[in-house]
Design a protein around this ligand. Structure first.
Ligand SMILES: [Zn+2]
Length: 499
């Protein structure tokens, strides 16, 4: 593996990490130069916390619901028990921020030729909009039909067509990607013909996943107040295949009265700190990052309606607690800042907010060590995103993480995921991203995707807790090295993400 060949860096030449070159002590008495509290990260405690945070009683911790707030309070209480200092707003562990929610109002109505369609069972409004439609439906068999006819101002209906290109065969959330791409492309093409409204009947690929895809539409949009609202110029409805016959019938007529709700709901980052021991460097912070939210409750899959998000991301939430206990026992030279972000699953919103409104001076954050999904797949496999171009933004930081792995945790690293051509774009899907964009050296620790990703089967019982404990030690050992260097790690010149 490319990752096992390390370039000597100035930092390593200084011998600051010399301790990492030793096998960790198993006696519980660490040598003065190795990460001193590896043994304080205990598998039994990681397991206990994981099963609590990923339990059904947490109801999937969805942002924009009281369930996320409950999870945040649970995390803060565990941080308090660990002796971490509150580092949120006003002397608390919490940083509240406003989620802007835009949803389809429940008063919305859709009917075809006088027969009402059940919203979110037979018909889905794909973007919240205030609109009233009442008129004949023009059924189109193919996109070629759109060229031969004047469709300006018309309500058109047709079957959903596959997107171009199709999502790569084994991509995560394939049916969601397929549907979103298909609806986006087809409605854009029809809008270009000047139509007033669009009804798409599910195709064979989409019909079985309508409830899964549709949950996203029912849930509406999540934004920070500073973010632009995605445009929804005309109504676009997705309906079941069973509605197609009524739409194709002569004199078919659509009546739709659609309205939206636009409101704010609190979301929450949990923030805690352990001060460093060095009189100067304690002003600086090594930021350990994860997210406590997940996807909540949805249509049952095999009888289970709770998306527990055990791997995603209870694993790292409890890893941060364990690192906090270790740091409290043996603080580093620089301070450790722990941020459990909210609303990651709704678009990295908590980390975007914290990166813009940090509760410590932004310039004091020397590095961000983010973790997301650290407890699945083969026991020795892991990945470190941000470790190779074009995503690497600090060679010095990468060297520290690789050195810690080489000497302590010894994972075999898969470095294909930083490739700009990797179809998953995994680097762009977790909470280090807003910090990297803000110029802060950042890494993303993960054990990668698996078939239970974003399903109700992502449960605590499926987590390899021994592996999670080892990943936690890797994050900790890396953070310890970052904390200990005389000079802080810096961003490499010419760092530029491909998107
Ligand atoms: Zn996640």
């Amino acid at each position: 593996m490319r990752f096992t060949t390390l370039l000597p860096s100035a930092t390593l030449a200084l011998g600051v990490l010399a301790g990492c070159a030793r096998t960790p002590s198993t006696s519980g008495v660490a040598s003065p130069t190795e990460p001193p509290a590896l043994e304080a990260i205990r598998e039994a405690e990681v397991r206990r916390d994981l099963f609590a945070l990923a339990s059904d009683s947490m109801r999937g911790r969805r942002a924009g619901t009281p369930d996320e707030l409950r999870a945040a309070v649970w995390v803060a209480e565990r941080a308090r028990e660990a002796g971490l200092q509150p580092a949120g707003d006003d002397g608390t562990y919490f940083q509240f921020y406003p989620l802007r929610r835009i949803t389809v109002a429940t008063t919305s109505r859709v009917s075809v030729s006088g027969k009402p369609l059940a919203l979110w069972k037979e018909a889905w409004v794909t973007a919240p909009i205030n609109s009233r439609l009442d008129g004949p439906v023009v059924w189109l068999n193919t996109m070629a039909d759109t060229v031969r006819r004047d469709l300006r101002g018309k309500i058109v209906a047709m079957s959903l067509l596959p997107p171009t290109p199709l999502p790569a065969p084994k991509m995560s959330l394939w049916s969601m990607r397929y549907a979103l791409a298909a609806i986006g492309q087809q409605s854009a093409a029809l809008r270009a013909r000047g139509v007033a409204g669009i009804i798409l009947t599910a195709d064979a690929a989409t019909e079985p996943s309508l409830e899964f895809v549709g949950h996203r539409y029912q849930d509406g949009q999540y934004l920070l107040p500073s973010m632009p609202v995605p445009p929804a110029p005309i109504p676009v409805l997705l309906v079941r295949q069973s509605v197609a016959a009524a739409l194709r019938a002569p004199k078919a007529r659509l009546q739709a009265e659609l309205s939206l709700n636009d409101f704010q709901y609190p979301s929450i980052n949990v923030v805690a700190r352990v001060p460093g021991t060095d009189a100067e460097r304690r002003q600086e912070n090594v930021l350990f990052s994860g997210h406590h939210d997940h996807d909540g409750i949805g249509a049952p899959v095999a009888g289970d309606s709770i998306w527990n998000g055990a791997d995603d991301n209870a694993t790292v939430s409890v890893a941060l607690l364990a690192i906090g206990r270790a740091w409290k026992q043996r603080p580093g030279a620089r301070s450790a800042l722990f941020v459990w972000h909210g609303a990651e699953e709704r678009g990295l919103l908590g980390s975007r907010w914290f990166a813009e409104h940090p509760t410590v001076p932004k310039s004091s954050i020397v590095a961000v060590l983010n973790g997301d999904m650290m407890g699945r797949n083969a026991p020795d496999s892991a990945a470190l995103l941000g470790s190779t171009a074009p995503h690497r933004n600090s060679q010095a930081l990468v060297d520290m993480a690789l050195k810690a792995n080489q000497n302590i945790t010894k994972f075999t690293l898969d470095n294909s995921w930083d490739d700009a051509k990797h179809p998953e774009g995994w680097y762009f899907r977790s909470d280090h991203l807003p910090y990297a964009r803000a110029g802060i050296p950042s890494l993303f620790f993960t054990t990668l995707l698996h078939p239970d990703y974003h399903t109700p089967r992502d449960e605590a019982s499926r987590i390899d807790v021994a592996k999670l404990t080892r990943m936690t030690r890797w994050m900790y050992a890396t953070g310890w090295a970052v904390s200990a260097t005389p000079q802080r790690v810096t961003q490499d010149p010419n760092f530029k993400l491909e998107r």
